[in-house]
Ligand binder design. Structure first.
Ligand SMILES: Cc1cc2nc3c(=O)[nH]c(=O)nc-3n(C[C@H](O)[C@H](O)[C@H](O)COP(=O)(O)O)c2cc1C
Length: 192
């Protein structure tokens, strides 16, 4: 068991990928705006390193508006086949334009078009309106690379607490809490 939670997280994620679980990088991602109403939705983790956990989204979405009001967020991963859960908590920061550009450029063209066409979380009068916007973006960028929309980027969840939960018989599960301290990580064992 590693003393570094990111090393440990990568080990679990690799096992989840090898196990054939669908979307092993999917996480529930919770935010809260100034009204204190928590909201949670699934996102896909696109990168992780010692700086944190990176997710990409629309910067005008409901989650983005909440993160403007309150930068603190939480993510929860669950891999059923491994009986493991990981919870991450901390503030988010925006990724750099270079990181967002590189990731956007690697996305399928259809997803790039959708990033321009869909004003995520706003009310749509009809699906036809969305499809018309998709058509208009497709025509605009016909035969040309699609640049990253300025309102499409990523957040890095900078971990302050990471908890690893490992399922065990008789509900005597193991819970290892890593708490960030000035010079490293403190590891505590929590009761299940
Ligand atoms: C498995 C799964 C993965 C998803 N991944 C993303 C993602 O990486 N980025 C994203 O913006 N939305 C993703 N979504 C859609 C979000 O759950 C959500 O509908 C969207 O981001 C709008 O959320 P908001 O209105 O709270 O901002 C995903 C949904 C599912 C079911």
């Amino acid at each position: 068991m590693s003393n570094d939670p990111i090393v440990r997280f990568n080990e679990v994620l690799s096992r989840a990928e090898e196990s054939g679980i669908e979307l092993p990088n999917a996480a529930a991602f919770a935010t809260t705006g100034k009204d204190s109403q928590p909201t949670v939705r699934m996102l896909l983790l696109k990168h992780v390193d010692k700086r944190g956990f990176v997710f990409y989204t629309n910067m005008r979405s409901r989650k983005a508006r909440q993160l403007e009001e309150n930068t603190r967020a939480s993510a929860c991963f669950w891999w059923s086949r491994l009986e493991q859960q990981v919870r991450v908590e901390g503030p988010v920061e925006a990724v750099t334009d270079e990181e967002a550009n590189a990731y956007f450029a690697a996305r399928p063209r259809g997803s790039q078009i959708a990033a321009w066409a869909s004003n995520q979380s706003s009310e749509l009068l009809s699906r036809d309106d969305l499809m018309a916007a998709v058509e208009s973006v497709s025509v605009k960028y016909m035969d040309r690379p699609i640049p990253r929309p300025p309102h499409w980027s990523g957040y890095r969840l900078v971990p302050e607490r990471i908890e690893f939960w490992v399922g065990k018989p008789d509900r005597l599960h193991e819970r290892y809490l890593y708490t960030r301290e000035r010079d490293g990580w403190k590891i505590s064992l929590l009761a299940p």
